[in-house]
Design a protein around this ligand. Structure first.
Ligand SMILES: [Zn+2]
Length: 331
């Protein structure tokens, strides 16, 4: 395990060559590689160094290149929070997956990797691993709390927050508390795949969450608003700024997803809505053939929350028409 040097003193804040003295806000770029023509690959960095001492929040967006809601959340936060009001420091990275973002796709086209399987990165690794390495070394490690803004890709999904460390992890409680404070109402508490930032950062002692702000092409105003509220909740609850967080009294927690499969190929006419609490064997959708005749009614395989559905109205036999979050617990 790395030895952490926390930037909790009332000092300058720096990421690469970007630096902000106490009481100031600045932006700039961190070089993380080179394009074929020699142009620098640079990530945008925003630093808000509070007038008052306190902790460090790291906030990033667009780890998956087509998950764009997070950048609007970052914009709103960095345009709203002033150094005068801030106790502590904010490091914000509006775009993490440079190559994937420019290609308008989830994966980095240089190495065909998912960035959120590459943390904490490798100095001598593939393109995504190198970007993850520079970010982790120069920015993430300074944090006391870490928020990695995602969404359910471009597939319709509820707004939720994920905790990605195992229940036995020493930081599980702190991560779950951060998820509760974000306050979006729905939490997936399930150990994630290796290489997620929400696993790599807790490994060095930083509570981390992975909010999933709906699922859409482009921007979704309602999900963005929930994301902004979530970050403000975190800033208020952990005493970065004054104010009272708006945290729901009760939030739903699930441990896993169960896919809803279609037996027939055809067209999906949903009978259930996202967020709906379903019981096992409750109808979720009718599948019609190409002539519009109902061929079968798909039912929920388990009790749970209707968590995500298909972006396209058609499905082949054995295809997934959605996912159920289960079993339902409360926090
Ligand atoms: Zn994602």
């Amino acid at each position: 395990m790395l030895i952490m040097k926390k930037n909790t003193n009332h000092t300058d804040l720096g990421v690469g060559k970007v630096a902000a003295q106490p009481g100031t806000q600045t932006d700039g770029h961190l070089k993380v590689g080179t394009m074929p023509d020699g142009t620098a690959v640079r990530l945008p960095i925003v630093l808000i160094n509070g007038k008052h001492p306190g902790k460090v929040l790291y906030l990033q967006a667009i780890s998956d290149g087509d998950e764009l809601n997070g950048i609007a959340v970052v914009h709103k936060i960095i345009q709203t929070i002033t150094p005068e009001q801030l106790h502590g420091k904010i490091i914000a990275v509006p775009i993490v997956n440079f190559h994937a973002f420019h290609a308008k796709q989830a994966f980095n086209p240089v190495d065909n990797r998912k960035m959120n399987r590459c943390f904490p990165g490798r100095r001598d690794g593939t393109s995504s691993e190198r970007i993850a390495y520079h970010l982790f070394q120069q920015a993430v490690q300074q944090a006391d709390y870490c928020i990695d803004l995602h969404q359910g890709g471009v597939q319709p999904m509820i707004d939720e927050v994920r905790v990605r460390v195992d229940e036995k992890h020493t930081l599980h409680g702190a991560c779950l508390e951060l998820a509760r404070v974000f306050g979006i109402g729905y939490i997936l508490d399930q150990k994630g795949p290796k290489g997620q930032l929400a696993q790599a950062a807790p490994e060095i002692g930083i509570p981390t969450i992975d909010p999933e702000l709906g699922g859409t092409h482009g921007w979704d105003a309602a999900s963005i608003e929930k994301g902004v509220r979530g970050v403000l909740n975190v800033l208020q609850y952990y005493n970065f700024i004054a104010g009272t967080p708006e945290i729901p009294e009760q939030q739903t927690v699930v441990k896993k997803f169960v896919p809803i499969l279609s037996n027939e190929g055809g067209f999906i006419y949903y009978r259930a809505e996202l967020y709906e609490q379903l019981t096992a064997a409750q109808p979720v959708a009718d599948i019609c053939d190409v002539f519009g005749t109902v061929q079968e009614t798909i039912t929920s395989p388990v009790d749970g929350i209707f968590w995500s559905k298909s972006i396209y109205p058609m499905v082949a036999s054995g295809g997934t028409i959605g996912k159920i979050g289960t079993p339902i617990g409360y926090l």
